[in-house]
Design a protein around this ligand. Structure first.
Ligand code: ADP
Length: 539
């Protein structure tokens, strides 16, 4: 066969983030990067400046001995320093490991020990969180982004460090090299690390930017409400850099008025976040519909939990379009996006809302299928239900350290733990979840873990934790408890016991005391029965 017919004459050019960032540096240098500081002040810079500063930062980090495959942790908000690290660390050949400051110190400590990070960059406002976990891992370097002008003893000041660097020439990188890392909560409380590759994130950025996906262009101004510690802020910083969209980073203040002020003041065209944020924003808008000028805003991407139809309708009343998407940490995260197909343009309003509240069709290059309880693949008839499996160039094929191998099939598909129906056109609707987790305000709570802690209490014989629907948070945990014979337990006592191991927002709001918990033939709690009995009563 000739070289031409095998395609060998095409350049084997590496798909690395270096190209994405260098493009932003040269082609979109003037596009703005706006951020709100913790004190509320607005900071303005450009992609060009960020990319140049990233070169100095990269050189300074290399000077600290950080290089090939080393992990650099971040405990930061959506702020410009985070963007600089998003650029510098991967381009250096190292791995940026974003940490979620909302996790309980025990969970964070486990992650630190598992990830083997060499350095950490902490925002001054998160030093308290860092202090609660610093004994868990011996970082070689602690770097602090200071707003007060001082840094704690033993740490390096981010600005001074960056200032000591030179304009680094980025090395050529293999596209399959890891560039970023994010942990996902496990059902048993053992978080698992997902490592992203340059190739995966480049392809993810291209696909996300497509018109029928998140549809980003150089004319957009993007505000990721989704934190940069959550799956690379759904990839938006890289997608924005690739297409030259301006970016607005909201910092730590995510109350509805602060979000709406930024959306209006910066003439944001596209924003993204979990339903809890948008429910609160919608309430604020309903209360004062004239207060903000949101004419520039074309779409709000909602994912992380199901976007209720009432939310789609609510925003429509303000002339704002919600785009529903589904994703996972293991998918970088984009899996499906729901855009009304042209065939439904003349459908009834009811039909259109019904469609738009589905999670959508797979993004180009992502494949889906679902397997029923009998182990067979289900038909795409919108009736059969099965666990969704996916594969594609930005889907994880394993976890860090080889954990959780049971979540990947022998033929290389990732089992999502989401139970779906699939329409003949490939549009999914999530109907249930086979993983034993509660998702509250976009963050996970492990039911199994809470149950184990509850059962460790001397008065508790058995405990099952279920998710109950909640208008504000999407879901909240409810504990069903069987008290030991002769013992006495109160919700306050049990909450106090759990509070030693969990963050406040992870504690069950309700405790239901019962004589016995129904079980399946194999001895597992029958949570469907509990959900029927208690979840409905909770709404
Ligand atoms: P993220 O919160 O960034 O989406 P996670 O990996 O923490 O990533 O959570 C992924 C899970 O969240 C999915 O497996 C699913 O259970 C749930 N999820 C994500 N998007 C949606 C959605 N649009 N509708 C319903 N559930 C969703």
């Amino acid at each position: 066969m000739s070289e031409t017919s095998t395609g060998l004459m095409m350049d084997d050019y590496p798909l690395s983030l270096t190209n994405v960032v260098e493009r932003a540096e040269r082609i979109s240098a003037g596009r703005s990067v706006v951020s709100r500081r913790p004190d509320g002040s607005i900071h303005r810079t450009t992609f060009g400046e960020c990319a140049q500063r990233a070169r100095r930062l990269g050189s300074a980090l290399a000077g600290l001995g950080i290089g090939d495959g080393d992990r650099v942790a971040t405990l930061l908000w959506n702020q410009p320093e985070h963007l600089e690290l998003y650029f510098a660390v991967p381009l250096l050949g190292a791995v940026i490991h974003t940490l979620n400051p909302r996790l309980h110190p025990q969970e964070l400590s486990f992650i630190l020990a598992d990830a083997d990070d060499k350095a950490i960059v902490v925002d001054e406002s998160l030093l308290e969180v860092f202090d609660s976990v610093r004994s868990a891992w011996n970082f070689e370097h602690v770097i602090v982004v200071s707003h007060s002008g001082s840094t704690p003893e033993g740490s390096l000041d981010y600005e001074s460090l960056l200032g000591s660097g030179e304009q680094m020439e980025w090395p050529t990188l293999d596209e399959r090299r890891a560039c970023a890392m994010c942990y996902t909560s496990g059902t048993t409380g053992r978080p698992k690390g997902v490592l992203y590759s340059h190739r995966g994130l480049v392809l993810h950025s291209i696909a996300s930017a497509l018109p029928d996906e998140l549809g980003l262009s150089g004319r957009d101004t993007v505000l990721p409400v989704v934190p940069m510690f959550h799956v690379n802020a759904w990839g938006l910083p890289y997608t924005a850099a690739m297409v030259g969209a301006a970016i607005v980073l909201p910092g730590p203040r995510l109350d509805p008025v602060s979000v709406l002020d930024l959306l209006a003041d910066e003439r944001v065209t596209m924003t993204a976040g979990v339903p809890t944020v948008w429910m609160a924003v919608l309430q604020a808008l309903d209360a004062e519909p004239e207060r903000w000028d949101l004419r520039a805003l074309q779409r709000l991407v909602v994912g992380g939990s199901a976007a209720p139809q009432s939310m789609l309708e609510g925003f429509d009343r303000h002339g704002l379009t919600v785009v529903h998407a589904w994703g996972m940490t293991e998918l970088s995260p984009l899996g499906t996006v729901c855009r009304l197909p042209v065939e439904l343009d003349s459908a009834s309003e009811e039909e259109r809302y019904d469609y738009r509240s589905r999670q959508g069709v797979p993004t180009p290059l992502v494949e889906i299928r679902a397997r029923g309880e009998d182990g067979e693949l289900i038909a795409w008839d919108d009736e059969a239900m099965g666990e969704l499996e996916v594969r594609g160039p930005w889907v994880a094929s394993a976890y860090h350290g080889g954990q959780g191998s049971g979540k990947f099939t022998d033929d290389g598909w990732f089992q999502t733990g989401d139970v779906v129906r699939i329409s003949p056109q490939g549009c999914i609707r999530i109907c249930d979840r086979s993983k034993d987790l509660v998702k509250s305000g976009g963050e996970w709570i492990s039911s199994v873990d809470l149950e184990n802690q509850l059962m460790a209490h001397p008065t508790v014989a058995e405990a099952a934790v279920i998710a109950v629907p909640d208008e504000q948070w999407g879901e909240r945990p409810l504990a069903v408890v069987v008290v030991r014979e002769g013992a006495d337990a109160s919700p306050e006592q049990l909450r106090e016991h759990l509070a030693r191991h969990y963050a406040k927002w992870q504690l069950p709001d309700r405790f239901e005391f019962v004589e016995e918990i129904p079980r399946t033939a194999t001895g597992k709690f029958k949570k469907t029965v509990l959900r029927e009995r208690f979840a409905r009563a909770a709404v």
